[in-house]
Design a protein around this ligand. Structure first.
Ligand code: SF4
Ligand code: SF4
Ligand code: SF4
Ligand code: FES
Length: 313
């Protein structure tokens, strides 16, 4: 592949020609804010937080979707760019609950991070607020639509696992747009498999891991990345600890060719957490408390082992 050389904020960089401007900026340690961009997902350029000025172009460009070009000159933090980002953030905050004090995502939330960076604040107004639409049906995931910024990352990651998942989708239009599961089901009644991929990519507190609620937040945790031991592919999980107590397991990244799964996360919890919550299985559209052996698919194996051992005695 051909390389191209461009200039970002006065610094020259040479990168492969299929790079986007945001990727090239990252190589220079220039942190362009982005809410809907994830290098592992399709690019949709929906949030417009990553706008930059490109010399020769009259409009601001989304750096996540803009491919690099030879001789391109990019400015990532001009007054015009900052004004546009502030407007976007203000619009998001104006319909967002002021809940940062108790939000599970505080400390790693991108909306919080960028609002701080650009000094944008919650304000009183008479306009509409997103209604509080909570889904508390799952023992694994808590969904709060009022915090959703409609970046669509959850929809894209869920739909990467074709056939088996593809649970999440956008519903309704305009201000009423929201994320739904299987034509407006809950986590319990939909075909969601509780893999937590959507939780992992959500940049705000709209989708959070329920097993960590009130126990530990990402910023305060000591983190250790480990590979799942259930199959040879080894999806990645993070063990979260505080004061030397292992408190939670967070789905981190699927392995190449594997999708991340509940069995892997529960097994990782069982092997690594000091006091794991009880496991649940979904049976006939209902979450049912389970034994660990059943939840991680070991009950048949254990029965067989017991049978063999009893026969040999
Ligand atoms: S999602 Fe982010 S901005 Fe919203 S309440 Fe939680 S921490 Fe604050
Ligand atoms: S937990 Fe997994 S299957 Fe369920 S909605 Fe999220 S990504 Fe889709
Ligand atoms: S739930 Fe989270 S990941 Fe999904 S669209 Fe809303 S903010 Fe984005
Ligand atoms: S990150 Fe580029 S448009 Fe959202």
């Amino acid at each position: 592949m051909r390389n191209v050389t461009l200039t970002i904020d006065g610094q020259k960089i040479t990168v492969p020609e299929d790079y986007s401007v945001i990727q090239a900026a990252k190589e220079l340690d220039i942190d362009i804010p982005a809410l809907c961009y994830d290098p592992n997902l399709d690019i949709v350029a929906a949030c417009r937080m990553c706008l930059v000025e490109v010399e020769g172009s009259r409009k601001l460009e989304t750096s996540c979707s803009l491919k690099v070009k030879d001789g391109m000159v990019v400015h990532s933090e001009t007054d015009k760019v900052v004004r546009a980002r502030k407007d976007i953030l203000q619009m998001l905050l104006d319909s967002h609950p002021n809940d940062c004090l108790t939000c599970q995502k505080a400390g790693e939330c991108l909306l919080q991070k960028y609002s701080y960076r650009y000094d944008v604040k919650f304000r009183d107004h008479d306009g509409a607020m997103r209604p509080e639409l909570l889904d508390t049906s799952s023992p694994y995931i808590f969904k709060d639509n009022s915090k959703c910024i409609l970046c669509g990352k959850c929809v894209r990651t869920c739909s990467q696992v074709k056939g088996e998942r593809e649970v999440l989708a956008f519903a309704e239009r305009g201000y009423d747009t929201r994320i739904v599961l299987d034509a407006d089901q809950t986590f319990e009644t939909s075909k969601c498999v509780s893999c937590n991929r959507c939780v992992t990519v959500c940049p705000v507190g709209a989708l959070v891991d329920k097993r960590q609620l009130g126990k530990i937040r990402n910023w305060e945790a000591d983190k250790k990345t480990i590979q799942c031991k259930v199959c040879a592919y080894g999806c990645e999980f993070e063990v979260l600890s505080k004061n030397k107590k292992k408190i939670g397991v967070r789905a981190k990244a699927p392995a190449n060719g594997r999708p991340l799964c509940l069995k892997g996360r529960l097994t990782t919890e069982l092997l690594n957490i000091d006091n794991p919550d009880k496991p649940y299985r979904k049976i006939g559209g209902k979450f049912v408390e389970s034994t660990w052996a059943k939840a991680i698919g070991l009950s048949d194996v254990m029965e067989k082992i017991e049978k063999i051992e009893n026969t040999n005695e």
